[in-house]
Design a protein around this ligand. Structure first.
Ligand SMILES: Cc1cc2nc3c(=O)[nH]c(=O)nc-3n(C[C@H](O)[C@H](O)[C@H](O)COP(=O)(O)OP(=O)(O)OC[C@H]3O[C@@H](n4cnc5c(N)ncnc54)[C@H](O)[C@@H]3O)c2cc1C
Length: 410
């Protein structure tokens, strides 16, 4: 055991959207923060790449929107769908009363690298890559830090607060024994890429037909595709062979017939086991969970990144004054949970409703699906498309940046 011990005010486990944003906001206010990320870089498999209007508004409040918009983003003003071969628009962001009324598509690693670059300008920001937190440290029933491991060397990081922002398989959540409520999901998702042609649609879309659901996200040179399957059936699908899988794709999207042959191995197809759950208590003495660690989201609506960032802002708004005045208590952490529980619960309720009422009913049906009445209504009364646009783009109880930067901290 290496004797090195790091002391910091806040130790954040996980360098995803929740962890990096919280680290950035704390460091911006002069709080010493150490963020641990287990991988050497952010360049990993597809993990979602949607930056929503409410996040863009936050970037504006932080004076970094202009720099962000200089990155190669793909603006999407509408989300469309194709049900039983009929096209429809399901959400229209362009009429939202916000600075950037669109979803910015950008690979998550580009967004995280951008945020880290911004955070590194503050001297109290410390990011340890390739460093995994393997346990939490507890003394007198209070969390006082974590045990971390880097290149086979173990060391301690002691902190006034540990934030678990380590995603849906959170070590912090598990070791702290916080109670979890599982909401369940009837599906898993298979993610893969297919090339994109200039003559293809420009917007991202979801297609439903013959008991199959395919999501296609425009990544310019290729489509990031998500194919929904019934939970637990991936092994059977693999046993049936790649030819049968390619046929399933063509059933829902015949125009892919000139490129499904690009899928030549199961290694190109990654399984996402969908989980929807939430902690009933997000904190204990010296420890707080946020983002997916507090509430794993269904991929429906692609709201996980946004929600993680909103949690980060709500947390920083309460933690900065508490750190500055040395008044951090369980009440501070309870206030963060209270603030974020309502929007999390609302979004998860909608996701579970759609999973049960649409996805569960569609998967496995062999005929053309009926277009749900509410979707027909969106086509007849375009004004109504603002409702899903608001829920997805802005969400319930959007956060504002309430903490000011420390003048000497850059
Ligand atoms: C395939 C896929 C597609 C998705 N699509 C979308 C989408 O289009 N839009 C959207 O908004 N959301 C999407 N999501 C969900 C979204 O990615 C998450 O909701 C969001 O990233 C949650 O952010 P987070 O920071 O809480 O956790 P994560 O992004 O999961 O970040 C957790 C980080 O912690 C690190 N970590 C874990 N354990 C440890 C440890 N012990 N020590 C150190 N580091 C650790 C991980 O490596 C990871 O970097 C998708 C998710 C997946 C998997």
């Amino acid at each position: 055991m290496d004797q090195k011990t790091i002391t910091t005010r806040c130790c954040i486990v996980g360098g995803g959207p929740a962890g990096i944003m919280t680290g950035f906001l704390l460091a911006r206010s002069g709080i010493s923060v150490t963020v641990l990320e287990q991988w050497p870089d952010f360049f990993r498999d597809f993990r979602g790449d949607t930056i929503h209007p409410s996040t863009l508004e936050l970037l504006h409040e932080l004076n970094i929107l202009e720099a962000f918009l200089r990155l190669p983003i793909n603006k999407t003003y509408q989300l469309g769908g194709e049900i039983g071969g009929k096209s429809l628009i399901l959400a229209d962001f362009s009429s939202l009363k916000t600075r950037c009324p669109y979803i910015a598509f950008i690979p998550q690693w580009d967004f995280l690298n951008f945020m880290v670059e911004q955070a590194k300008q503050y001297p109290t920001f410390n990011l340890l890559m390739q460093t995994e937190a393997i346990d939490i440290l507890e003394e007198n029933n209070r969390c006082v830090g974590v045990v971390a491991k880097c290149a086979d060397k173990e060391f301690q990081i002691r902190a006034d607060l540990v934030i678990g922002a380590d995603g849906r398989h959170s070590m912090v959540r598990e070791k702290s024994h916080l109670p979890v409520q599982v909401l369940g999901a009837p599906m898993d998702v298979l993610w893969f890429r297919l090339s994109r042609k200039t003559s293809d649609e420009t917007f991202s879309l979801g297609k439903i037909n013959f008991g199959k659901i395919l999501i296609m996200i425009n990544r310019e040179s290729y489509w990031q595709c998500g194919f929904l399957i019934r939970k637990g059936t991936f092994e059977t699908i693999q046993k049936n062979g790649l030819d049968a899988f390619r046929e399933s794709l063509l059933a829902v999207s015949p125009n892919l017939n000139d490129r499904v042959s690009e899928l030549t191995s199961w290694d190109q197809i990654k399984l996402l086991t969908v989980t929807v759950d939430r902690l009933t208590k997000w904190y204990k003495s010296g420890l707080l969970c946020i983002g997916d660690a507090a509430h794993a989201m269904s991929p429906i609506g692609g709201v996980g990144i946004n929600l993680a960032i909103q949690d980060a802002v709500a947390a920083a708004n309460r933690l900065v004054p508490a750190f500055q005045t040395n008044t951090l208590t369980e009440d501070t952490l309870c206030a963060i949970q209270k603030r974020r529980l309502f929007p999390t619960r609302c979004i998860q309720r909608i996701q579970v409703f759609l999973q049960d009422r649409i996805i569960n009913r569609v998967l496995g049906k062999v005929n053309h699906p009926e277009i749900p009445f509410v979707f027909k209504l969106f086509n007849r009364v375009p004004f109504l498309r603002r409702i899903p646009a608001y829920i997805i783009g802005i969400g319930f109880r959007p956060e504002r940046i309430e903490v000011t930067p420390e003048t000497n901290s850059r």
